[in-house]
Design a protein around this ligand. Structure first.
Ligand SMILES: O=c1ccn([C@@H]2O[C@H](COP(=O)(O)O)[C@@H](O)[C@H]2O)c(=O)[nH]1
Length: 488
């Protein structure tokens, strides 16, 4: 059972059902760790494993009951599988009574005095389990046990036991953290920081906190407080990991937007500014004299100065077209760009399309990654908060998150996952706007207020008298803003 549980713990982490960051909880405080077991319905093999583990647990501990009931809503499909596997009839608790027909809160066939076992996904304070227990008890149903997938160890087990219901868990938070640490997925620091946080935020049966000071507990996992080195250990994408480590070792979070139309100009500026940047960003379709040797020369400079190349193509079509645009045509972007940008407009298929565009020719031993656009820097952009949220969801949930290195956006609130890189364009020291809608902020503002990990500078460097001095200045100010941010 233990090996099966360990494998499942790692799988839950890999599919982002278990994540680190800064999450607002139902109990009113923010948490550095969050379980989102809703995602497992998209992974039938995970659903199967979880429900089999619950069924085995019930059998081994002889938790026999006449019915099984899932706490709405996430645990409902799990309870259904357990019911079918055990041949135990299910009861369904409605969260609100229908205002027509039977107006019942508990659906299914039962008699007063019947026993019922509760199934729940995650327990924090235990209040959701107790709400279900209460509604069952109102019908005269007897509840003595609840099986939960994850016990966050914040007092829920005791609060539930105070109502004469035993809580059994497949996983405690400590077990999950230690398993991930043993498997090399997270650092000891992460385990210790979460443990400190959980110990300091124990919840009593009435929903109040044991430690009245709990609101002052710092969440060490707010992404803007973590170092790039630490965030590299939490990244799910190889390119995000590489970029965090590159920034940390080279001490630069400057991306140069090389928006020039002649290939020689781009190569010259890449050579001069290379020592100061972590990423060089191109718009290959503005280059007037493109030929096949240009990407080869640019790659050589990227290797010489240790920076990554990002083609800011902002792909936005259906998956099939995007795969052709990425891998084929004159530019064959997939062959030379470490990173590309893409709009989230067409949904998840954009990621699948891009992955499909990486052809045999592009397999040079390097990984590829994408930055999804969740916000734009220009005035009058049609992107709204709902769109940004949906875009960041695509970047953090689902089977292709290993391909997403980061998000292009303008605000720290846009996403929470510390394993993604925030790239923020619109950085200039001496202007606030251009003639065509671009809006600029200072390096300090984008990093410390807007949450940028990388600041993108184009004309601020390209139009300077000395591009090298300007690159050094932007590098210094962006980097100092980052080091101040994590020191505070
Ligand atoms: O929201 C966005 C997304 C991308 N960009 C790109 O960044 C640079 C900015 O250049 P500046 O000269 O510093 O204005 C440019 O390549 C844009 O295509 C952006 O500005 N805003």
């Amino acid at each position: 059972m233990s090996d099966g549980r360990k494998a499942l713990a790692i799988k839950l982490y890999e599919i982002n059902a278990f994540k680190f960051g800064d999450f607002k909880m139902k109990v009113g405080i923010n948490s550095p760790v969050y379980f989102d077991l809703r995602v497992i319905v998209s992974y039938p093999e995970v659903m199967n494993t979880v429900s089999e583990l619950i069924a085995t647990y019930i059998k081994e501990h002889q938790l026999t009951a006449k019915h099984v009931c899932g706490v709405p809503y996430t645990a409902l499909p799990l309870a259904t599988l357990v019911s079918v596997q055990h041949g135990t009839p299910m009861l369904v608790r409605r969260k609100e009574a229908k205002d027509y027909g039977t107006k019942k809160l508990i659906e299914g066939l039962y008699n007063a005095g019947d026993t019922c076992l509760i199934v729940e996904d995650v327990v924090t304070s235990g209040s959701s389990v107790l709400d279900t227990v209460r509604d069952l008890q109102k019908e005269g149903i007897v509840v003595t046990d609840a099986v939960v997938v994850v016990d966050r160890e914040q007092g829920g087990a005791k609060n539930i036991a105070d109502h004469q219901v035993r809580m059994h868990s497949l996983f405690t938070l400590s077990f999950l953290l230690n398993t991930l640490h043993e498997a090399g997925k997270i650092q000891r620091d992460t385990v210790d920081a979460v443990a400190r946080y959980i110990a300091a935020s124990q919840i009593k049966g009435d929903g109040s906190f044991v430690n009245p000071q709990q609101n002052s507990i710092p969440n060490d996992f707010s992404r803007t407080k973590l170092s790039f080195e630490h965030r590299a250990t939490l990244a799910k994408s190889e390119l995000a990991k590489q970029l965090f480590l590159l920034m940390a070792s080279k001490k630069t979070n400057l991306c140069l937007a090389a928006d020039l139309t002649q290939s020689e100009e781009i190569l010259n500026i890449a050579d001069v500014c290379g020592p100061y940047i972590c990423v060089l960003k191109t718009h290959i379709d503005i280059v007037e004299d493109f030929n096949d040797s240009f990407p080869t020369k640019l790659r050589a400079l990227a290797d010489k100065h240790n920076f990554l190349i990002m083609e800011d193509r902002k792909f936005a079509d259906i998956g099939n077209t995007v795969s052709l645009q990425y891998g084929k045509g004159i530019y064959k972007v997939a062959n030379w760009a470490d990173l590309v940008t893409a709009h989230a407009l067409s949904g998840r298929s954009i990621l699948q399309g891009l992955k499909a565009g990486i052809t045999e020719n592009a397999l040079d031993g390097r990984k590829r990654g994408v930055f999804l656009l969740a916000e734009l820097s220009n005035s009058g952009s049609l992107i709204d908060a709902k769109y940004s949220e949906a875009a960041s969801k695509i970047a953090t949930e689902g089977g292709d998150i290993d391909f997403v290195a980061g998000i292009v956006c303008q605000s720290a609130k846009c996403f929470h996952f510390p394993g993604l890189v925030q790239l923020t364009p619109g950085v200039k020291i001496d202007d606030t706007v251009d003639q065509l809608g671009q809006q600029y902020q200072t390096p300090e503002h984008v990093v410390q207020v807007r949450g940028a990990d990388i600041g993108v500078v184009g004309r601020g460097i390209l139009q300077a008298k000395s591009v090298e001095k300007a690159a050094a200045l932007y590098r210094d100010r962006l980097w100092a803003a980052y080091t101040d941010r994590i020191a505070k």
